[in-house]
Design a binder for this molecule. Sequence first.
Ligand SMILES: NC(=O)c1ccc[n+]([C@@H]2O[C@H](COP(=O)([O-])OP(=O)(O)OC[C@H]3O[C@@H](n4cnc5c(N)ncnc54)[C@H](OP(=O)(O)O)[C@@H]3O)[C@@H](O)[C@H]2O)c1
Length: 433
Amino acid sequence: MPLGLLSFEKKGQLHVEAWASDIQLTNLAVKFGGKYVYTTLLAGLGPDDRLQRYSLGLGLGVHLPLSERFWLDGDVAGSTVLRVRDPFASSANLLTQGRLMLGFNLFERLAFFAGPPTTPSSPGGTRTGSPSPPCRCGGSSWGCPPRRCNTGPACSSAYGFESSLGEPHMDMELRHRRALITGSTAGIGFAIARGLAAEGATVILNGRTSDSVERAIKRLGQEVPGAKVEGAVGDASKTGDAQAVFSRFPEVDILVNNLGIFELKPFAEITDDDWSRYFETNVMSGVRFSRHYAAGMRKQNWGRILFVSSEAALRVPRDMIPYATTKTAQLTLARGLAVDLAGTGVTVNSILPGPTRTEYVNERLQGAAKHLGRPVAEIEAARMSTFAPTSLIRRFSTPEEVANLAVFLCSPKSSSTTGAVVRVEGGVIDTVV
Ligand SMILES: NC(=O)c1ccc[n+]([C@@H]2O[C@H](COP(=O)([O-])OP(=O)(O)OC[C@H]3O[C@@H](n4cnc5c(N)ncnc54)[C@H](OP(=O)(O)O)[C@@H]3O)[C@@H](O)[C@H]2O)c1
C-alpha cells in the first residue's frame, strides 16, 4: 500500500509526483566523467517528518569532496550556488542539513503527504484516506495508530487526521532524543513508546522476558516504519535487573516510569508481602530508575522524567488501596524530584490516566462479554458506570490518547511544565483543579 506521496513542483512548469511504499531518505548523485553532474535529493520522509518542507538540490554540479562524507557542490541551475551536504547521511543528519541549505533552485517546494492524495477539506486540515470524520480515538500529531484503534467505525483510515499541505506540523523535536519506558511491551507503555518513536526518538522497550521484548520491538517496527527501537530485558521492580539495564544503557534523555501493577482485593486480605510488592514495583522502580538517569540529565542540563500514575491516586477505589497508595506516592516522588532538579533543564511530571482500554483491558471486556453473552459496548458502559461514573467522556480512554499527552510532556515543547500532575482521565476526577 502506498505510504506516501512526494510531490514537488516548479512554479507552474514542472510537476513531479512519486509514490513510495517505504520511504527512506535517499540522496542520489549521478557521477559522470568523474564528476557529479546531476545531483538530486529525494527526501523520503518517515512518518515523523510528514509535512516538513525541504528544498531540493537538482542541477549540474561541480563536486569538491571535503571529507569522506561531506562534499561541497556548486550548482549552476537555479539560485543555489553553494551547498554542503552529506550524500549518505542518516535521516537525522540530513534533516539538520536540510535546514542548513543556503537556498534552493529548481523546485519551489517539496512536500510530503501521508496517505492517498485525496483532499476533501475540513477546517484546519485535510482528511487523508477515506473521507470520514476525525477518529474518536483522539488522533494525534502523528495520526491514529496504523491499525484500527477499536474506538468505533470512524476509525477507518490508516492515518486519521492530517494537517493539510503547507500547514505547519507541530514538530516535537524528539529526533535526537533517546527514551526508556519501563513496562513497555504492551499497554500504555507501548503506546508511549510508539508515540515517541513516531516523533523520531530512539526508544528502549522494557519487559521481563526476551520473548516479549523481541515481539514488541517487531510490532513497533511494523507500526512505525523506520522506528529506532532497542530492547532492555529485565524486571524493572528488581534492583539487580534494573542495574543490568543501567549498565547496558547508562544514559537516556527521557525516562518514562510507566511500570505499575494493580489488582482488586479487599483491604483485610492484603498481606505485608502484597504491600511490599506494590511498593517495589510501583514506587521503588521509579526511585531507582530516576536516581540513576537524573544524574546524567542534570549533567547535560536537559532531560524529561515522567511518572505514569493514575486517577486512583486522587480517587481511591475501595478494593485497590495499595495501588492507590503507591500511585499517590508517585506524585510526591515526582514533585520532590522536580524540586531537586530546579534550575536545570530537566523536568519531572506525573500524568493521571483513567480507565484505559489497553490490550489487557480489552481482553477482559471481551471475555466478560462472551461469558455474559452481551455486546462488548454494553459491558464497557456498565464498567464505566460502576467504576468511573463521573467520566465526562463516558468511555475508556485509548492508550494513544494517554500517549499523546506523554509525548508532549517528554518533548522540549513542555519546558515550562514541571512538578506538575496532569490529567488524562476523561474528566473522571470531579474537581476543578
Ligand atoms: N490500564 C489502565 O486502565 C490504567 C489506568 C490508570 C493508570 N494506569 C497506569 O499505567 C501504567 C501502565 O499500565 P497498563 O495497564 O498499560 O499496563 P499493562 O497493560 O498491564 O502492561 C504491562 C506491561 O508492563 C510490563 N511489566 C509488567 N511487570 C513488569 C516488570 N516487573 N518489569 C518490567 N516490565 C513489566 C509487561 O511486560 P512483560 O509482560 O513483557 O514483562 C507489559 O509490557 C501503570 O503504571 C498503571 O498503573 C493504567
